[in-house]
Every structure is written in C-alpha cells, then in structure tokens.
Design a protein around this ligand. Structure first.
Ligand code: MGP
Length: 205
C-alpha cells in the first residue's frame, strides 16, 4: 500500500522533528504593564522577565502561547533582549546607546494588524541575526500606549552614525516601512536627563 504521508514530508525527508535548531544568542522576553505613570526614578519596578530561549522551536513555543501586542491593554510593553542585557537605558550595554523608533502611523482599522506584523518581523530579524551589524543590536520593544503604539530597536553605540544608519535602513526594510515614513534614532543618555520616553531624534532614515 502507498505511504500517503510522503507528500507531507519536508524536502530532504528530514523527519526528525525532535531536533531543535539553535539560535546564535540566548534571548529573554520581558513584560511591563505599570498601573501608574512611569518615572525615571521608579522605572523597572514592574518590569519582569517572562522566559528565555535559545532555539527556533522554543521561540515559536513561547510566541504561540503569549498575547500579541494588539491583544494587550495599554500601557504595556514587551521587550525581547539578548540575555544579560536588561531593557533599561542604564544597563551597561545600553548606556552609550539609543534606539530607532517606528511609530504606527495612525489608530486606523489596520494599525493593530500592522503593529503585530511589525513586532513579529522585528523579532524574527533580531533572533535570526538579520542585521549586518548584529553585535550592535541589544533588543527590540513594542510599546502599547493610548497615544500611539511603537516599535523600538535598541542598539549599543549611539555615537556611530554610520552603523546606526545601516541598522535603521535595515529595520525599515524588515518591517516593510515605506520610504516616505521616516523613523528617528534617539539617545538614551539624553532621555535619562530629560526623563522623556520619546527623546529628540539624533538621526533619521
Ligand atoms: P516610555 O514607557 O518609554 O514612554 O517611558 P511613554 O510611556 O510613551 O511615555 P513618555 O510620555 O515619557 O514618552 C515612560 C517613562 O518611563 C519615561 O519618561 C521615563 O521616565 C521612564 N523610563 C522608560 N524607560 C524605558 C526607562 C529606562 O530605561 N530607564 C529609566 N530610568 N526610566 C525609564
């Protein structure tokens, strides 16, 4: 009798589904949903590490069991960061860095679908080491806020304009952000002084 499972088998007939595929780095998912307005002094009190993983399979297991950004009530933030880097401007790996911020253009019907797609594509670009200057990448965040949602890509060396510009162009490409929509890079040391989550743009692409 013909084996009718053959058509479902992957190319190369690799049927060892128990084999896990290692990622280049170990990553940690963090979650924050403060009940009161965040301040620079108190930031971190409600932040918690949810889970760490270092294989493709364990990532999908986590992703398939948590809410998507569009299902979260604001204010809430998911952070996906390389192990041993806390999602704080003050962390030694972030302290000289900054972030690219991509804001969802408007609160129209598609904005939540777009936010989920940006988050997944951004996360896959990070864990799949898609950035040509991958060493620079610390992590990625999705900020769900009443005034507008955004994705932040955190990097190490704010002073290196050439490298940040390359990363900025790449994240726009991976998120499929049109050229007409500009994204800005703000510097953590400046945010720590002003105490503002947005910060002034040092670079734009
Ligand atoms: P936010 O959550 O990044 O921005 O920061 P939001 O909610 O859009 O608010 P905004 O109006 O300030 O832009 C909210 C506040 O949390 C900031 O203004 C800081 O006071 C504080 N904060 C946020 N982060 C990510 C940090 C951090 O890494 N370190 C410290 N010390 N404070 C932070």
């Amino acid at each position: 009798m013909a084996d009718d499972t053959q058509g479902a088998l992957p190319v190369g007939n690799n049927t060892d589904f128990s084999k896990k595929h290692p990622l280049e780095c170990k990553w940690a998912l963090w979650f924050d949903n403060p009940q009161t307005k965040q301040t620079t002094n108190k930031y971190g009190q409600t932040l918690r590490s949810v889970h760490t993983f270092d294989t493709v399979e364990d990532f999908w297991c986590l992703y398939n069991n948590i809410r998507t950004p569009s299902q979260l009530q604001p204010p809430a933030t998911f952070y996906l960061f390389k192990e041993h880097i806390e999602p704080k401007w003050e962390d030694p790996k972030n302290a000289s860095g900054g972030c690219w911020t991509a804001s969802i253009p408007n609160k129209g019907q598609n904005s939540k679908t777009q936010l989920d797609a940006w988050w997944l594509n951004g996360v896959l670009a990070c864990i799949g080491e898609q950035f040509s200057e991958g060493e620079e990448v610390c992590g990625i965040a999705v900020n769900i806020r009443p005034r507008g949602d955004r994705i932040e890509l955190w990097t190490k060396t704010a002073s290196n304009e050439a490298v940040q510009t390359i990363i900025g162009r790449e994240i726009k490409q991976y998120l499929d952000i049109p050229d007409t929509l500009k994204i800005g890079y703000s510097v953590f040391s400046e945010k720590l002084v002003t105490g503002s989550g947005k910060g002034k743009d040092r670079y734009t692409v």
